[in-house]
Ligand binder design. Structure first.
Ligand code: ACO
Length: 323
């Protein structure tokens, strides 16, 4: 059977670093409060004029180099983002053009913080049906643009960045020992909209709007939802937490990651954490974390890796694969 294997990854974060202490002058907060409640110490923030397409393009180019291919070898680009350059056209099409690619197709996918898991799962379907052979999947965000910088309960949590992977069709046996994506599980439930949303949009207010969140409510639901889709991945493959080489969760909050890993029996040394230096970069957080652990040599070819995310909607999902 056809499997989708990750053959390369790349990432990019803006040069501008904002430390917690820098935010003490923006809102009434402290480094101690932010570190204790979230584990975040700093985040990258795009400077004026630096856009989601800029970050996504840089991550995409790095992923193509790492995979050893050129844009000519791609059939498709899927960009996960909630902070596009324009309402339309899709930012992925702009990135496609910048890469000099005039064949194939590009489109954006929107599932907020779960966006990368949704985009990766979508790409996997195209590959396994034979519709495409190679797909570039990008998660890129400039969440700083939709933050209310007067709201200390949200503005300290997020950062900007981009990560990308190249998926390629490979032959598999149909066994859990195969290389590539082994199983994926997606969920959403719109009844939770008011707990995490942006209070604007083209059709409702004709504005972009700002992120609004009931932090405690998000926290209350997060661990259960994350556990749900991970247990579904285990049930589908016969694997369990003891078989994982690496757990790469969405980087929203260190306390959510720790609580989820503990509940699932995943030891801390198998968890990739980047929230301390990236903050929550929404759809970019998983590919940023994955790429960091591949680049520093922790994640190796053949490792069993679990991605998991939960975000606005609510949406949530998991992807279990062998790198
Ligand atoms: N600095 C200082 N004090 C603050 C700040 C801040 N930045 N923000 C809130 N406070 C205050 C509050 O006003 C409150 O003060 P009060 O007691 O005088 O009213 C106090 O701190 C406690 O506020 P809580 O909201 O109860 O704090 P909590 O311990 O729940 O932590 C947090 C807040 C970090 C947002 C937590 O609820 C959380 O992690 N929620 C998950 C949400 C999340 O991670 N969202 C990310 C997006 S969703 C996603 O990516 C999946």
């Amino acid at each position: 059977m056809i499997r989708s294997a990750i053959i390369g990854c790349g990432s990019y974060t803006p040069e501008n670093i904002v430390k917690n202490s820098d935010l003490e002058g923006v809102v009434e907060t402290s480094d101690e409060w932010i570190v204790q409640r979230t584990g975040i110490r700093q985040r990258h923030i795009a400077v004026e004029g630096e856009t989601t397409a800029d970050l996504g393009e840089k991550a995409a180019r790095a992923a193509l180099i790492h995979a050893g291919i050129t844009p000519d070898d791609l059939d498709m680009i899927i960009l996960a983002t909630s902070t596009p350059n324009n309402t339309f056209p899709a930012t992925s099409v702009e990135i496609q053009h910048r890469l000099g690619m005039s064949h194939g197709a590009a489109f954006d996918s929107q599932a907020v913080c779960s966006g990368f898991v949704f985009a990766l799962t979508t790409a996997d379907q195209y590959i396994r049906t034979g519709f495409a052979k190679r797909i570039l999947v990008i998660g890129a965000e400039t969440f700083s643009r939709i933050l209310d910088w007067n709201d200390r309960t949200t503005c300290v949590l997020f950062g900007d960045g981009a990560g990308a992977v190249v998926l390629e069709a490979v032959e598999g046996e149909g066994a859990p020992t195969d290389r590539g994506i082994l199983t994926a599980h997606l969920r959403s439930d719109g009844s939770h909209k008011q707990k995490l949303y942006v209070d604007g949009g083209p059709s409702s207010t004709k504005t972009v709007g700002f992120l609004r969140m009931e932090g405690r409510e998000v926290f209350r639901h997060a661990v259960g939802m994350i556990t749900d889709v991970i247990e579904a991945a285990y049930a589908a493959t016969g694997y369990g937490s003891e078989d994982l080489d690496w757990f790469v969760p969405h980087q929203a909050n260190k306390r959510i990651i720790d609580a989820s890993a503990k509940k699932l029996g995943i030891p801390p040394e198998k968890v990739v954490i980047t929230v301390d230096h990236h903050g929550n970069t929404s759809a970019a957080s998983i590919p940023l974390a994955f790429c960091e652990a591949v680049t520093d040599g922790r994640i190796k070819k053949g490792d069993l890796v679990l991605f998991e995310a939960m975000g606005g909607g609510f949406t949530w999902g998991s992807v279990l694969f062998r790198y």
